[in-house]
Design a protein. Structure first.
Length: 149
């Protein structure tokens, strides 16, 4: 078999419809467009969202105020009061232990410990960020904060 021997299967291809070429073609005169009207005319196709000359919905609605930073880093907040309830004395608080206790939903979530509540247990905290008030409460309770903070 050579390249010039290749051909489509019989009856699998069909010639394109040539509209507006006389009555005998079956698609003469109005060429399948019906009679008068915007859609029968050249250039009559209107874009999505066109509302017949009325101001489109997308332009009638107000723009949202403010600014959304696409590079924002979202942290899951965890308060020291919650750590005091969930963890025992001497425990290590990190992503895996927080996930195991059901405090966060994903192990790779960024966690920030905040200072709301009281802390009475000695904890070793290894999370992404710790606020100044949380750091003071953890150290006052005899715990420590380790990297990656």
């Amino acid at each position: 078999m050579q390249l010039h021997d290749l051909a489509p299967a019989p009856a699998s291809t069909r010639a394109r419809k040539r509209v507006g070429r006389g009555h005998g073609s079956g698609v003469g005169k109005t060429a399948g467009r019906g009679y008068n009207g915007q859609k029968s005319r050249a250039g009559g196709a209107k874009s999505n969202g066109f509302e017949g000359g009325q101001t489109p919905l997308a332009r009638r609605l107000p723009k949202l105020p403010g600014f959304r930073n696409i590079n924002r880093t979202e942290f899951v907040p965890v308060n020291v009061g919650r750590l005091d309830v969930v963890f025992a004395d001497g425990d290590v608080v990190d992503g895996e232990s927080l996930l195991a206790k059901g405090i966060i939903k994903r192990a790779d979530a960024l966690v920030k410990v905040l200072g709301d509540g009281e802390l009475t247990r000695r904890l070793t905290v290894r999370v992404d960020k710790v606020s100044a008030s949380a750091l003071a409460k953890i150290e006052a309770a005899g715990g420590k904060v380790e990297a990656p903070c």
